[in-house]
Ligand binder design. Structure first.
Ligand SMILES: NC(=O)c1ccc[n+]([C@@H]2O[C@H](COP(=O)([O-])OP(=O)(O)OC[C@H]3O[C@@H](n4cnc5c(N)ncnc54)[C@H](OP(=O)(O)O)[C@@H]3O)[C@@H](O)[C@H]2O)c1
Length: 298
């Protein structure tokens, strides 16, 4: 986690051209990738201990002192089942917290990039969701993020909202880690085969976010790695790439009842991202990179 503005590029030109970036949620899985990959600008990253987005006075102070060109709001209460059990906390962090950040950004004329989710959709589509599709969340988490999108766009009409899905990467709780851990403990796994989405590597998403800010992006953008799969197909590919023979059996969501419902289909159409000239890699390729990194780290 980085607490002071840090500029890696030493030339005078870079000093004149580089932007000041403030990242909320820098201690999270995506936040860590943002901090480690954002090379060309001055980046300040904060976790909840330094700035609780539920506290408007604290956020206003931090934002006015930093006076950033861009704020990236990656901070969120991301436990989907936890949100379902405690919707007030979900709303306080994910909606009101986002409103607090947007208001503080408006006061100092900072641009805001809000990281949002495929869970703003109900999953009834059978073709990829476009940015023009209506928000139809089916969980408290999805509702809290959809409400945040609406409120932010009222406060800051030129904000950028980046919806992503199924994140994996170092420094957080992610699906490949869970599958590899379970494969080490059980001869056979059952994984749901009736939810389809786009796995997304945090490093690739971080690179896309950097480019979006540098491109002065606005409006809703769908940013995921290319290709889609079910969780079952994702698990099979993880084990195949890891060289493990653990048997995986497909199952259905009704066998794994959890507090929050999940969309059956949440594939996001990429054209809003490619409009900025940004193409993301196939998820299988990024999985291979993540597994290599993981193996090297021991
Ligand atoms: N994970 C996914 O599969 C996924 C999918 C789609 C969209 N997203 C979105 O992507 C973003 C990043 O997700 P992630 O998986 O990287 O999240 P994460 O690993 O769960 O990290 C959450 C971050 O939010 C911070 N945070 C939580 N409550 C806060 C509060 N009250 N005030 C300030 N900061 C607070 C945490 O800070 P501390 O650790 O310091 O408490 C942490 O830095 C989120 O906006 C999420 O909604 C995630």
């Amino acid at each position: 986690m980085v607490r002071t503005f840090r500029k890696r590029t030493p030339s005078i030109c870079a000093t004149l051209d580089s932007m000041k970036i403030l990242v909320f949620g820098a201690t999270g899985m995506l936040g860590k990738a943002l901090i480690s990959r954002w090379n060309e600008d001055q980046v300040l990253g904060l976790g909840s201990a330094q700035a609780d987005i539920r506290n408007p006075e604290q956020i206003e102070k931090v934002v006015s002192e930093a006076a950033p060109d861009w704020i990236v709001l990656s901070a969120a209460y991301t436990d989907v089942d936890g949100c379902e059990l405690n919707p007030t906390l979900a709303s306080n962090v994910n909606t009101q917290g986002a409103v607090n950040v947007a208001k503080a950004a408006a006061q100092v004329h900072s641009r805001l990039l809000f990281v949002s989710t495929d869970y703003v959709f109900d999953g009834n589509n059978t073709t990829p969701y476009e940015i023009t599709d209506p928000r139809t969340p089916i969980s408290a988490y999805g509702k809290s993020k959809a409400d945040a999108e609406r409120r932010i766009s009222e406060i800051l009409p030129d904000s950028c909202m980046v919806r992503t899905s199924w994140l994996f990467g170092p420094g957080g709780k992610c699906f490949p880690d869970t599958i590899l851990k379970l494969a080490g403990a059980r001869p056979q796994l059952e994984v749901v085969n009736d939810q389809r989405g786009c796995p997304t590597y945090t490093a690739d998403l971080a690179d896309a976010i950097v480019r979006l800010c540098q491109s002065d992006a606005r409006g809703i953008v769908h940013a995921t790695n290319r290709g889609d799969c079910t969780w079952y197909e994702f698990a099979c590919e993880i084990l195949r790439q890891a060289g493990l023979n653990t048997v995986v059996r497909p199952t259905t969501s009704d066998k794994f009842v959890r507090p929050a419902p999940r969309p059956k289909y949440s594939v996001l159409a990429p054209r809003s991202l490619t409009a900025y000239g940004i193409e993301m890699r196939a998820w299988q390729q990024t999985l291979a990179e993540y597994l290599r990194l993981r193996a090297a780290a021991g």
